[in-house]
Design a protein around this ligand. Sequence first.
Ligand code: PSV
Ligand code: MN
Length: 424
Amino acid sequence: MVDPNRVKAFNKERLLDHQKHWGFLSESLNHKGIDVDKILNEIGDFQVAIPSWALGTGGTRFGRFPEGGEPSNLVNKIKDIGVLHTLNKSSGAVSLHIPWDIPKDFTAIKTLANELDIKFDAVNSNTFQDQTNNVHSYKFGSLSHIDPEVRKEAIQHNKEVIDHGVELGSKALTVWLADGSSFAGQHNFRGAFQRTLDSLKEIYDHLPSDWKLLIEYKPYEPNFYSMVIPDWGTSHLLASKLGDQASTLVDLGHHLPNTNVEQIVSLLMHINKLGGFHFNDSKYGDDDLTVGAIKPYQLFLIFCELVQGMRETLNPEPSWMIDASHNLKDPMEDLLQSVESIKIAYARALIVDYNQLKDAQAQNDVATSQSVLQDAFRTDVRPLVKEAIYQRGGALDSLAAYRDLNVRKKLIATRGLDSKSSGL
Ligand code: PSV
Ligand code: MN
């Protein structure tokens, strides 16, 4: 779908302009004593997994407006991620959602992914919807359900997801539960928590020794009175009771308005319990908007904690995934913009002078502390991100290249206008 030679030709036209901007920025970063080559590598190495359901147009419960050419099977989904990765050299991983995307032929899928330089990141179970072959219904919960037979089915599903992941080379299972209650009195909170813990123990015992169990939390939706795992405290409580292989997964959209997410990230890393991260942006709730579209400063502050945590704690590198989807944009364009925002926030966080910040903090110099952060945030790091991607063979402007190469038009021509993606 995307010929690397076309990417080269695309870059050639933009190279002089880029070099002008990059020359200026690299000189000023050097002048500040920043090791430019080191951060170029860090930015280039950073890979964010694409969830297998995100290649189709998102929607709300009121409607969906697909543009056509969507991948209707896993092979085509991986090919689409291959397109993204050819353009941005930053999407070299897929996070499979099971049962939506169980490979029909594991060897063929692995070979294809390998050819496209795509790894299998965390696998995600789904006990928030009833599947066609379900014996029981998850209407009133899954791992927390009052009926042991329903719990058994949900536990079994999670074990099967682990088994699929093992075949592909994944190293983590992400569990997000929709379990909860919508009316006061519906749940016994302690009972629901204890049953969830007991179910998770069985899943945990099925993990290979080099696997992680990532526990995602969410304050509301689809349940509106209580969620069994509503916040990072509950997620951490479960993870700490399960053992070293279990940790918390932070999804940016899963917080009540104005929550200090950067502080949560910092503390979880301090105790080596930040296992995964889902990127998106929001104005009101779990809006799943393009990363960095609404609150870029918060994203930067989160990255400052991630960068310091990766340097100063023993927290293993979290699994990174984009968890955004909506109904207005071409999903591939949305993903390219999300990845670009992530890299910009990361680059800004990498150029913060943390020594100066620590000195200012030690002297209670509030104004300097703020200035140190804002100096990095206000630096236009786009040439730095472009250079990192360009050095890996990617496009100097992935969105413009995607349009220039008419990718969506070609996808529609090959797959048809009414080709729909499975999943959400
Ligand atoms: C739930 O809102 C969530 O964030 C979980 O990560 C799911 O896997 C994903 O969205 C897709 O439903
Ligand atoms: Mn999520």
